[in-house]
Design a protein around this ligand. Sequence first.
Ligand code: FAD
Ligand code: MG
Ligand code: MG
Ligand code: MG
Ligand code: MG
Length: 536
Amino acid sequence: NNRPTFTGLVVVLAYADSQPDQPQGFKKKKIVVLGTGWAGTTFLRNLDSKLYDVQVISPRNYFAFTPLLPSVTCGTVEPRSVVEPIRRILEKKGGDFKFWEAECFKIDPANKKIHCRSNMGTNLDGNGEFLVDYDYLVVAVGARSNTFNTPGVTENCHFLKEVEDAQKIRRSVMDCFEKASLPYLNEEERKKNLHFVVVGGGPTGVEFAAELHDFVTEDLSKLYPSIQHLVKISLIEAADHILTMFDKRITNFAEDKFGRDGIDVKTGYKVVKVSKDAITMQNPATGDIAVPYGMAVWSTGIGTRPFVVDFMKQIGQANRRVLATDEWLRVRECDDVYAVGDCATINQRRVMEDISEIFRVADKDKSGTLTVKEIQDILEDIYVRYPQVKLYMKSKQLNGIADLIRTGKGDTEKESVELSIEEFKKALSLVDSQVKNLPATAQVAAQQGQYLATCFNKMQAAEENPEGPIRIRGEGRHRFNPFRYRHLGQFAPLGGEQTAAQLPGDWVSIGHSSQWLWYSVYATTNKLAHEGTGDI
Ligand code: FAD
Ligand code: MG
Ligand code: MG
Ligand code: MG
Ligand code: MG
């Protein structure tokens, strides 16, 4: 890490910067970006650097390519090849960017200030803390590993979220092998040291287990031939299957492959306690079992960072688990604050909340009923504003509007039918069941960062903030479409150069050949022309 470069004093000086190439009296708006992960970095890469005065704050001064972290744990990939220094990214862009290596510990939306603390010692005042004010705040701080308050996890398990975590895991695996080789241990103790436990059967846990298996059988078996037969890898998952977010075929394939590889997949077991020497897990049939282990990696999911929880309390989101934004990625009930990536979730508007308004706008001739044509005319707008409608029609195999109307009207064949508001409600009554939360992935985070940058790039021209919905809630020429996610596929590397791929259009592939697709998804994410952005 670099030496401290900014103190409170420099912050003040930075604000006094003049802007020679702008007309007198013009002051660029200040955007503060928290976080240099997938969402924050993609936002910065796509932001027009001439338009704003940008300050970036993050406790790490680099971007990390997380999909490769599991490979760092076993030395397949070097740590330095998965990171990109943020200053290099900003320098390439030119413009008004500043970076401070520090963490935000409090957001003060009432005064539009954030409180930060440098993690590299103190300034003259003695506490390393400073205040930054913003016109717009982009919260892109990601999530923390979630222990679900299971006792002993923080003290005894590794997490796999950061590059440092991956490096620690690597050292720990080697330590376990060295310990198990010592002359004074008995067989039991050697076995204990060579028992590697992965808690959590999601993509990260599964990939790490696969990576570790390859590492042990291909590399370490040669270095530690006399103890190699004592190695055991266990994967513990509370649900009935691993990789539940994937297609059943992939889940089955992964479970079978792990079975053949000798990885002990324990589904239906919940870890309830971790001590220095043993992991205790629970299953209705067996009760508590404590198993000795050498090293454990905890990968059961993510949670909200404490300072974000505090922020949520301030803005009336105390009863939620994750910070909520609208579909324009604006934090609900909080002006000029945006949130992208794993730290937030989009609160998709329900059709049923707006149904009277939709009906009113659609009923152009004010007849009190809707014709097929009237619904047809507004359908594209409805799809943009309420993507669940499109999903619903697809899932029910409805071939367009006439079919949809039939669901409201009963079994009529005529296309000339008209719908009353009650019938319109009936036709759409089930669409909100299709609302889904987006997954916490790099793909989502990057697309959101890119979308938001595009909105900011056009915001001055649009004068107003991105506001919607288009034509349904009001007029206005410079409106933005809400964020729309484009799913490019999901991948699960399973070891032995086998990767399972699940791509849009129900295409499932398992084998060597899908590896290139995996890379191409990430290579194209940044170049995606976002469909959901633009003036209407
Ligand atoms: P992050 O990328 O986590 O970035 C958060 C940033 O905020 C970091 O720079 C952090 O230092 C900073 N920060 C934290 N606290 C503060 C604070 N208080 N103040 C200021 N800054 C702060 N997704 C996929 O799509 N495909 C994959 O193959 C894949 N593999 C993964 C493998 C692993 C091992 C892991 C851990 C994740 C993987 N993911 C994958 C998920 C993906 O990495 C996340 O969804 C993505 O990183 C979310 O982006 P983000 O910007 O919201 O958060
Ligand atoms: Mg980020
Ligand atoms: Mg990241
Ligand atoms: Mg999210
Ligand atoms: Mg009408």
